[in-house]
Design a protein around this ligand. Structure first.
Ligand SMILES: C[S@@+](CC[C@H](N)C(=O)[O-])C[C@H]1O[C@@H](n2cnc3c(N)ncnc32)[C@H](O)[C@@H]1O
Length: 228
């Protein structure tokens, strides 16, 4: 065990090297032992963020970072805060590690697994912000129960935020945007920072999901709520 991994949670995620390009495979081999964490379903071992990052700093959780373009840019522009990204899609994990390596990021950790399983392991009040950018819209009514932004998840996310911490969601699906607003307005522990939808933050880079939404003529909705 290296100095960097000593005392840190076990990392069991080993994607097959043959499936990755060289850039991803090299980044994975070098950075997964330092930045990676596997989230196993049902594991309730508390995650100590100060231990995970090797420092005590405000932490931003990004749920479903996709290929990690947004995460890497935001983490690079905000070195005072820790960024914890969680994603189930393995090529995205390797891509974010490659972006982190290229930028020399030290304030990033990358979790592979289910976001809500990770969230359950965090201490109440331990997050400065939660980002959920373009979560899967699940447009069919019978699939709405799979959506990330639903009352029980929001209650848990809000509880993990510090008082004054923010939950920022974005979507290009109008129906999901309005459902998000209804759910977030319905959580008594959250208050909308804006009057209605939020302005698009300039610091969020445009990902291919957002580009596709705009190209297909969909409006982009941002929602920013604060825990009070
Ligand atoms: C539509 S993509 C958006 C990706 C990225 N945020 C962007 O804007 O480009 C949604 C992402 O959420 C991830 N995702 C879905 N459910 C998840 C879960 N339970 N835990 C972690 N990630 C999840 C998917 O794998 C996918 O990469």
């Amino acid at each position: 065990m290296s100095e960097l991994t000593a005392g840190r949670p076990v990392r069991t995620f080993h994607p097959r090297r043959g499936r990755m390009g060289n850039r991803h495979a090299d980044a994975f081999a070098e950075l997964w032992p330092v930045m990676g964490i596997t989230i196993e379903d049902g594991d309730r071992t508390p995650l100590d963020l100060a231990e995970l990052f090797g420092r005590d700093a405000p932490t931003v959780l990004e749920i479903g970072f996709g290929m990690g373009e947004t995460t890497a840019v935001m983490a690079a522009g905000d070195l005072e805060r820790n960024y914890l990204g969680v994603e189930v899609h393995t090529p995205g994990i390797a891509n974010l590690l490659a972006l982190a390596g290229a930028r020399g990021l030290t304030n990033l950790r990358v979790a592979h697994g289910d976001a809500m399983e990770l969230v359950r392991r965090l201490a109440p009040g331990s997050l400065d912000a939660v980002h959920s950018f373009f979560p899967d819209p699940w447009p069919k009514a019978r699939h709405h129960k799979r959506r990330l932004i639903q009352p029980s998840h929001v209650a848990l996310l809000r509880e993990r935020l510090r008082v004054g911490g923010t939950l920022h969601c974005a979507t290009d699906w109008a129906d999901y945007a309005h459902a998000m607003a209804e759910t977030l307005d319905g959580d008594a522990g959250l208050v909308n920072v804006y009057d209605g939808f939020a302005p698009r933050p300039e610091r969020r880079p445009v990902t291919k999901f957002e580009q596709r939404g705009v190209r297909d003529g969909r409006q982009i909705f941002d929602l920013v709520y604060r825990r009070h």
